[in-house]
Design a protein around this ligand. Structure first.
Ligand SMILES: [Zn+2]
Length: 473
């Protein structure tokens, strides 16, 4: 009976690189021994010293594993096909079917790691990771995940590239200013690794779309810079059972953790409620050193890769704090809060809520009695009205630009210096974009000031609407 024997890739070198050998025989055993006789090395791979077939070699007759037939004694018919599959691999066939020579070269430093290897690289390729925000944290994250071969990268972003982003958002270049961040990010990812599938979600993540978007992915990486989105991402991940790789940055400090409610605490276990609006300034108002998101984003990428590989100790139940000025890392233990409203034993949140409202952010009203527009302020100042103008920004911002006639009282100094202000005066407060000054207006109203107003849109609105010569930052 002439049967065909298929030789797997790693063994072909012993049979003159042929992938099939035709042999005459009556049983699987007879056929394989004849094949082995063609090469001493092949024989060593297939049979042990006692002439028994090695147990890491699986043999198939046509589609059937011979262990479920009559093992080596299984009879063969004319035209049958015998396949030798070294069970150590699944590997050799994986190599053949799924990885190109280019892939092997590209990922060779990964393939050398026992913790990754071909199996791990395949996991990376199959992984679907969603990155929320293509900004400071998203930039290094996306570049490293693409380089590492994470097969599908989803990006949620609706912003455009601004000159003030280039100091830290390294996935974008000067030529991208004015372009959609999501398009610029996709281009850079493809330049690094054209095999990566980029899925663009050009939208603001909302309670309406978050579950549908996040559901499509294995892991979520939070690169957002505002509290409503942070709580939204957390709750959606808990509801869907997805791990959430968290990172945050401010000035010279950062935090990283992995929130996976199935195995540990969530963000709400850590911070049940957000700070009142305006108390914690955003990076746009408080500043951030350009390298910091690189450090934190890279740590997030590392955690995501560990989760995909199922290797190492993830930052579940641990909060890593980084202080760049002191160049120190500190680690705090996080515990799951049994009373957590979303992941506790008796959760009260079963669906996504209104996160703007939850964070105390009320939509800006056109005729808000507490605010004044840049145009109106300019008109009233020009007509000689007696208005006390207070700049609540920091001295380094005051150095960049200021409105003529203003006096500087940084937000944090207001309680101590409130006696410098007179309740009888008409007072307008301003900051960069109107958030900190709104906070100051509320503070002054609470202690009895009646005639205080907030400059809507801050000094940036003034630069845009009133004084075009003023730099915006
Ligand atoms: Zn929780």
């Amino acid at each position: 009976m002439k049967v065909k024997v298929m030789i797997p890739t790693p063994l072909r070198q012993y049979v003159g690189n042929s992938d099939t050998i035709v042999v005459d025989g009556e049983s699987v055993d007879e056929v394989l021994r004849k094949v082995a006789d063609t090469s001493v090395q092949l024989k060593r791979h297939l049979f042990d010293e006692n002439g028994k077939m090695r147990n890491f070699v699986n043999v198939y007759l046509n589609e059937e594993d011979i262990r479920y037939l009559e093992r080596e004694k299984t009879a063969v018919k004319e035209g049958d096909v015998i396949s030798i599959i070294p069970s150590i691999a699944g590997g050799s066939s994986t190599l053949e079917n799924d990885f190109t020579y280019e892939d092997i070269q590209r990922y060779s430093r990964h393939l050398l790691l026992p913790e990754v290897g071909l199996g791990g690289q395949l996991k990376l390729r199959k992984a679907k990771v969603l990155v929320i925000g293509a900004g400071g944290l998203g930039s290094p994250l996306l570049l490293y995940l693409a380089a590492a071969g994470v097969g599908t990268l989803g990006i949620v972003d609706f912003d455009t590239v601004d000159f003030s982003n280039l100091q830290r958002q390294i996935i974008h270049s000067q030529k991208d200013v004015g372009r959609k961040k999501i398009d610029s990010a996709e281009e850079k990812i493809k330049e690094i690794n054209h095999n990566i599938q980029v899925v663009k979600h050009e939208t603001r993540l909302t309670s309406e779309n978050a579950l549908d978007i996040i559901r499509q992915y294995d892991i979520v990486i939070d690169g957002t810079d505002n509290f409503p989105t942070r709580y939204l991402v957390n709750d959606a991940c808990v509801l869907l059972g997805k791990p959430n790789v968290y990172g945050s940055i401010y000035r010279f400090e950062g935090q990283v953790s992995v929130f996976d409610a199935k195995r540990g605490p969530c963000y709400r276990c850590l911070y049940e409620n957000p700070p009142p609006p305006g108390l914690v300034p955003s990076c746009a108002e408080g500043g951030v050193v350009g390298v910091l998101p690189g450090t934190i984003g890279t740590l997030q990428a590392m955690e995501a890769i560990k989760l995909i590989l199922g290797e190492g100790e993830p930052l579940i139940g641990r909060l890593l704090l980084f202080d760049a000025m002191k160049m120190r890392f500190k680690e705090l233990k996080l515990r799951k809060n049994p009373d957590c409203p979303v992941c506790g034993t008796k959760p009260t949140i079963h669906e996504l809520i209104d996160y703007e409202q939850f964070c105390g952010i009320t939509p800006e009203r056109e005729n808000d009695e507490n605010s004044i527009t840049a145009e109106e302020l300019a008109k009233r100042l020009k007509s000689g009205e007696n208005i006390v103008l207070v700049d609540v920004r920091e001295p380094q911002e005051w150095d960049i630009c200021r409105i003529e006639g203003a006096r500087l009282i940084p937000l944090n100094d207001i309680p101590a210096r409130v006696n410098e202000l007179n309740t009888a005066d008409e007072i307008v407060l301003y900051c960069k974009v109107g958030q900190r000054s709104a906070y100051a207006v509320n503070f002054l109203k609470d202690i009895g000031f009646r005639k205080v107003k907030n400059l809507k849109g801050g000094i940036n609105a003034w630069a845009e609407k009133v004084d075009a010569s003023m730099p915006r930052y």
